[in-house]
Design a protein around this ligand. Structure first.
Ligand code: A3P
Length: 320
């Protein structure tokens, strides 16, 4: 017997355009002009219907594989630095980022809602989501919550996504084999998880141009180049700027080191742990480099992606 809610969601899926993917979990549904995976669509709709954030909460937003875990780790470390103490920012401590993957330190809006485990820590003004800007729950925009978005060169994003997808566990039966070229074409066409990637990025980019006080737009590549600068920028944006004493103590650099790929990928929890009981945390820590696409894409593939990026982003002043 279906509850009313279940029937409603079932009927929504019945009428949405659908792309069959390798398992039922990852079949994509076109909802509000984006392709949402079956396993999270319900969470997206629940978030739109029910989520009521406090105005002081900050949304950490991203397209998958653009550095979400890194951004979550940085925001969590900055936001909780007084609660957990600066001394805990070491690999051998019991800081939450040492015992849990970053995705577990901050509630994951549509994913946790889809699985009925959204658990808000009243002391932590952060939540994360992959929902595109125009589909964010209206309550987030209306309450004036700040938004932090990370994006990444499309070529590295696609290569990272490919490696994650082939490793991702699924409860559904496997229906298709993976084909790198086919996945590439789908990504370019916009038929990728939470895609089109291009429109995902543009939504947040335009919002940041319209209201830079409320929407902070970051690039993975810039953050890799000058992490310490962006840590201070994040702290200011989050209304928790570093004091002179904290700067003298080298706290921004301590957070940078603690959240670095080298440190985080070497933590036991991220090497051998799992979250949501089934996902190997190691999936989130592959290489953490800029330009790894060079080892995976042909010259033609790279040119195709650069061409689309120029066409979609060029006129808006966004370049990678
Ligand atoms: P690669 O697959 O190119 O290595 P997300 O967190 O959005 O899933 O993004 C995953 C990408 O971020 C992966 O890229 C991963 O290695 C990289 N990453 C994870 N932790 C990082 C860190 N602390 N610093 C920089 N990059 C990191």
């Amino acid at each position: 017997i279906h509850t009313q809610e279940e029937s409603k969601k079932k009927s929504i899926k019945d009428i949405l355009p659908k792309e069959e993917r390798w398992t039922n979990d990852f079949d994509l549904y076109r909802y509000q002009d984006f392709w949402f995976p079956n396993c999270f669509l319900e969470g997206v709709i629940l978030a739109q219907e029910q989520f009521k954030p406090q105005p002081t909460e900050i949304a950490i937003c991203s397209y998958p594989k653009t550095g979400s875990a890194w951004l979550k780790a940085l925001c969590f470390a900055i936001s909780t630095r007084n609660r957990f103490g600066h001394d805990l920012l070491t690999t051998k401590s019991n800081h939450p980022l040492v015992t849990k993957v970053p995705h577990e330190c901050i509630p994951f809006l549509e994913v946790d809602l889809a699985y009925g485990i959204y658990n808000k820590d009243p002391q932590l003004p952060l939540f994360a989501t992959h929902i595109p800007y125009d589909s964010l729950p209206k309550s987030i925009i209306e309450s004036g919550c700040k938004v932090i978005y990370i994006c990444r060169d499309p070529k590295d994003t696609f290569v990272s996504l490919w490696h994650a997808l082939i490793k991702f566990p699924s409860t559904g039966e496997r229906k298709q084999q993976f084909c790198f070229k086919k996945e590439f074409e789908r990504f370019c066409e916009g038929k990728s998880i939470y895609g089109p990637f291009w429109n995902h990025v543009l939504g947040f980019w335009k919002a940041s141009l319209e209201n830079s006080e409320r929407v902070l737009f970051l690039k993975y590549e810039d953050m890799k180049k000058d992490t310490s600068f962006y840590i201070k920028r994040l702290a200011e944006f989050m209304n928790q700027p570093f004091s002179k004493e904290e700067e003298d103590e080298g706290l921004p650099e301590k957070i940078m080191e603690f959240c670095s790929f080298g440190n985080m990928s070497g933590l036991e929890v991220n090497k051998a742990g799992k979250h949501y009981s089934v996902i190997d945390n190691s999936i989130y820590f592959r290489k953490g480099e800029v330009g790894d696409w060079k080892s995976h894409l042909t010259k033609e593939m790279a040119e195709t992606m650069d061409g689309i990026a120029e066409e979609k982003f060029g006129t808006c002043g966004l370049r990678f």
